[in-house]
Design a protein around this ligand. Sequence first.
Ligand code: ZN
Ligand code: ZN
Length: 329
Amino acid sequence: MKSLVIHNKLVEIETVPDPVPHGAWVVVKVESTPICGSDKNAYLSPTPIRNAGHEGTGVVVGTAGSSLLKEGDRVILNPLSGCGECRYCRTGNYIYCPQKPAWTSHFAEYALVQDFVCTPLPEDIDFDLGSLACCALGPGMGSVRRMNVRAFDKVLITGMGPVGLGALALSKFLGAYVISVESEPYRVQLAREMGADVVLDPRDPDILQQVQAVDARTPLLKAIECSGNSKAERLCIDALEPLGMLSCCGENHTEIPIRVSEDFIRKGLTMMGNWHCSTHDAQSMYAILRRSPVVGKIITHRYGFSRVQEAFDQFMTGNTGKVIINPWQ
Ligand SMILES: [Zn+2]
Ligand SMILES: [Zn+2]
């Protein structure tokens, strides 16, 4: 089968053996596989990366003892893997499982994945749209569920990349009033088209005061950080009012200063992280995919394997929402 090998800004197709199902591992014919922000690491890697790509949708074409899936099932390929036996795996939160066996690239015609990380993809949701249930909507879904985002809430969302756009679509779907923070003009425009009530520029020196001035009579008690930028994390902590909640979804591996007393004890803040949602949230995921009038706008580009270099080059410009690859075109 065809599979991608990525390094030094080069994206090449190579032929590798077809995967073979065994135990809980099933083979899925990949129909749609989005590029993730984390795939930038493969694009910039000096050494060849053969296991990039961890999102997608497809059809089960091979099983060997799976009790959950059969050939012909349409599935969402949720990211990564788990041991299948610990408390996280058993409660749908396998993403937090500390024992992750290696999985195969989803930038391939076929992927070898564990049956329990797949959720069924209903017939009335197409493959491209369904693939948004992975890293575009997963972190936002985890956030809105755990923070109980609902109608008339005011929600601050920083960073309007695919994860932020996903959080925006979810918050609007639930009836919230959304303040978005983004500087890239392409993504500012996309956020506006998707219904952000206000879009502010984080480069403005008085950004905190601007956030505080928006609809000042409604308290800001919920924020979703999707940029991974330390200044945006600080902005969320400072902008939230007492007893507010912050969900961090943007990856940031650096340390940021926290003042426990001022930031947390004396404000009563709750800070959490959301890497993905639970597989038990599938019904909520279907609801937004079926009924949100804007969720499909997160997808801005589609490419086949024949133009896969262009797909990655375009994604790296930042002038995209979600970029989707079809290995069979
Ligand atoms: Zn991802
Ligand atoms: Zn586990």
